[in-house]
Ligand binder design. Structure first.
Ligand SMILES: [Zn+2]
Length: 134
């Protein structure tokens, strides 16, 4: 998940949270653990930020959302970032904003600018239920 600030149609990412893939078929799809989602929302609130996007990779696939990605996308205005992975190496990264109505959702590609380094952390829950510090 990507935490940061959204202003004027732009999202600035300050923290990339690594989450476990809770999908039963994790090589083909991804799903968030609802507990990690809640922990990330709490963490964002504590930082005065919000969830501004989600990132995942496509091993052996292109850097664009699949039909399944669109079907599973439920956060309008959030960025869905996809990185192509070839031979175990990260390749192209592109970002798409979920737009349109609930009946006619679509992804609109947006430019990606690399600015300040993004903090990275795990959203994995500790036994105490708190997110790992990022
Ligand atoms: Zn995907």
């Amino acid at each position: 998940m990507l935490l940061g600030r959204a202003e004027g149609g732009e999202r600035r990412v300050t923290l990339a949270l690594r989450c476990r893939n809770a999908d039963p078929a994790p090589r083909r799809r991804y799903a968030l653990d609802p507990r990690e989602l809640l922990a990330a929302l709490k963490l964002a609130r504590g930082r005065g930020e919000e969830v501004v996007g989600f990132y995942h990779s496509h091993p052996g696939g292109p850097a664009r959302p699949s039909a399944a990605d669109l079907a599973e996308a439920h956060w309008p205005g959030c960025a869905y970032v996809v990185t192509a992975v070839e031979g175990g190496c990260a390749g192209e990264t592109r970002s798409f904003v979920l737009a349109g109505s609930e009946e006619e959702r679509r992804f609109a590609e947006e430019p990606v600018e690399r600015g300040l380094p993004v903090e990275a952390g795990g959203a994995g829950l500790t036994p105490g239920g708190a997110p790992a510090a990022g």
